[in-house]
Design a protein around this ligand. Structure first.
Ligand SMILES: [Fe+2]
Ligand SMILES: [Fe+2]
Length: 622
């Protein structure tokens, strides 16, 4: 194995030859230029200058593809390890002459960084390069799942997380894009890289494109691939860090007058592999989801498939991957499609006026403060965000009997736009305190609370075993298809169900290529969803969720009533016809009827897309 060096991970294994660089070279002032920001919505940019937090690992993100680059120069420069080219407090690059062939590449990367990072001057920039022969079945770099820049117990006060630009000439880096549940482990003693190894599912592995440059942050779990055939591989990484990383083996930059760092014990020698189970409840999910042992078993079964998929640089179609997956996906899908869709019959008995209240202005702590849901509730709907899955936010239990004491309603407005008033008809009074709680939370955390409308759907009914209470397929609530040629601010909802609770599929979905004027997004969700990535939330808990949380109603197993409650906040343009009327908003009735209402309901007017998934559009291959 030609495993030579491993980024920050197991410093004691580094075998970089001490390369002596020259004290003359290029001194480059970093220019301020404008260029488009690739995937500007990506959470990479949102968390760029924020302290490291374990919270981010449950909403995984893809690395940002910055396009193709010619990496031939990597062959002609010495191998350097964390060579500082820009110290903290300066905007000048110091590139020793041995790295001349890399200068224009480095300049381009740092100029991009200058554009997206207003704090670049306060950061250190260092470069790692590697070119060499890698035999079949070997790896060029650190072989396990890891991230660059994880801050464990050594950092009691977390620093701004580092991020890097990486590129490889062939056999590019592999990313495992799925939630990782690691926050509940003791950061002082846990080897988090081992938790990644325990939890990574082979079905969630994506590979970068060769000779493409990627922006990656400390929350993207990745590894260097195992090489299938003998090859020469070139790799380059440019890292932007908030503080220098003084490690003995770093290549020194004589242009900066650096002297060798002292030997340090590696903290990782003291850490241990966690042997506790994943505590799903901690993350708002129901207990009893998949265990690390089951993941290992699943991976053993899919290992062959995985290697076959990656042996060639050609992308496999997703259906091929799915068919080969160990679960009986097709059978399940067939079974689900037979489930009769039997969505609410609403009696529409006229309601009577009740009370008008306003939500208190209170400061509620933000639950799951780093969830992308908070950012996305003020941004326009963007289908690329389906590549960034998120767990709905668990806001705790509610009293189901009170909900069941109210009539069924369909998207009944409770709060009109540009208004603070919440109009609760008399029949809905049993849930007045629940509504107060939800509206107060929303007012505290939704900057558009005042402008938006809020409506309620309540559906309590008996559902036959084998059928579904509500929409059976995977979907996102208030997904904006072709009915919204100009996208509105994404809606968000507070939902609750009794057993069986809603199932969420936490994996990236690729739907931005779908022509939403005539193709159906929901079908893509069903095609792409992997059973391995389905998690159930808790019943009788209120969850905050956005359109990007892909979910479905489970098949009914038992008997008795099932309750569904949803309160949605959206722009007024997203109200749909056929709502239950709120008698207390009767004076707004005319306004309501004149809304520019979209009458194209996506699932009714559009067809399934039968196109193959253009993975390259998303900067990855499978
Ligand atoms: Fe790495
Ligand atoms: Fe839904």
């Amino acid at each position: 194995m030609v495993y030579n060096a491993n980024d920050n991970e197991t410093v004691d294994n580094i075998q970089y030859d001490a390369v002596e660089l020259s004290d003359i070279g290029e001194t480059v002032q970093i220019r301020k230029v404008w260029m488009p920001t690739a995937q500007a919505w990506s959470p990479v940019y949102t968390s760029l200058n924020t302290p490291f937090s374990f919270d981010h690992y449950t909403s995984p993100r893809l690395p940002v593809d910055l396009g193709p680059f010619n990496l031939d120069f990597v062959e002609n420069i010495p191998r350097v390890l964390r060579l500082t080219i820009k110290p903290v407090g300066s905007l000048i690059l110091h590139i020793p002459e041995e790295l001349n062939p890399a200068v224009s590449f480095i300049k381009q990367v740092v100029e991009y960084e200058m554009m997206v990072n207003p704090n670049l001057e306060d950061c250190e920039v260092h470069v790692t390069t590697d070119y060499g022969f890698v035999p079949a079945n070997g790896t060029q770099r650190f072989p396990g799942w890891h991230v660059d820049g994880l801050q464990g117990g050594k950092f009691k006060n977390k620093l701004v997380a580092e991020h890097s630009y990486i590129a490889a000439t062939n056999n590019p880096t592999e990313f495992c894009v799925q939630p990782f549940f690691i926050k509940h482990y003791d950061e002082d003693v846990t080897n988090f890289f081992k938790t990644f190894d325990q939890q990574a599912k082979n079905v969630n592995i994506y590979r970068c494109l060769p000779n493409h440059l990627y922006l990656m942050d400390a929350y993207m779990v990745h590894r260097t691939p195992t090489i299938i055939q003998d090859t020469h591989r070139g790799f380059i990484r440019i890292t932007v860090a908030n503080a220098p990383l003084p490690i003995e083996h770093n290549t020194l930059n004589p242009m900066l007058g650096q002297s060798r760092h002292e030997f340090k014990l590696d903290i990782r020698d003291w850490l241990r592999e966690p042997d506790q189970p994943i505590v799903y409840e901690y993350y708002g999910l129901e207990a009893g989801n998949i265990t690390v042992e089951q993941i290992a078993e699943m991976n053993a079964n899919s290992f062959k498939t995985f290697n076959q998929t990656h042996a060639s640089e050609d992308s496999k179609t997703l259906s091929e991957v799915n068919t080969a997956s160990p679960s009986s996906k097709e059978t399940l899908l067939e079974k689900r499609n037979k489930a009769v869709q039997d969505i609410g019959t609403f009696e529409d008995k006229p309601l009577t006026p009740g009370v008008t209240i306003t939500a208190e202005s209170r400061t509620y702590p933000k639950v799951q403060p780093h969830s992308p849901t908070y950012r996305d509730m003020v941004e326009e709907f963007n289908p690329y965000k389906y590549t960034n899955p998120r767990i709905p936010i668990d806001l705790g239990v509610a009293n189901v009997e009170q909900i069941q004491a109210t009539p069924n309603t369909l998207r009944m407005p409770l709060k009109w736009w540009a208004s603070e008033e919440i109009h609760i008809p008399k029949e809905m009074l049993p849930i007045k305190s629940l509504l107060e709680r939800i509206f107060t939370y929303d007012k505290c955390h939704n900057p558009l609370y005042f402008e938006q409308v809020a409506h309620i759907t309540h559906d309590t009914r008996e559902v036959e075993p084998g059928k579904t209470h509500r929409f059976p397929g995977f979907h996102g609530d208030d997904l904006q298809g072709g009915a919204f040629p100009e996208k509105e601010i994404a809606a968000h909802s507070y939902i609750l169900t009794t057993n069986p609770a809603t199932e969420f599929c936490l994996q990236p979905f690729f739907v931005a290529h779908v022509d939403d004027s005539f193709e159906r997004h929901f079908t893509e969700f069903d095609k792409q969803a992997l059973e391995e990535n389905i998690y159930t939330v808790k019943s009788e808990h209120v969850y905050l969720m956005d359109p990007y949380a892909v979910h479905r109603t489970p098949l009914e197993a038992g008997e008795g009533l099932r309750t569904f409650l949803r309160i949605t906040f959206s722009t007024p343009n997203m109200l749909l016809p056929h709502n239950t009327l709120n008698p207390m908003l009767a004076d707004r009735q005319e306004e309501y009827e004149n809304l520019p209402m979209p009458h194209l309901h996506e699932t009714r007017w559009t067809q399934a897309s039968d196109r193959e998934l253009p993975h390259q559009m998303y900067g990855i291959s499978r």
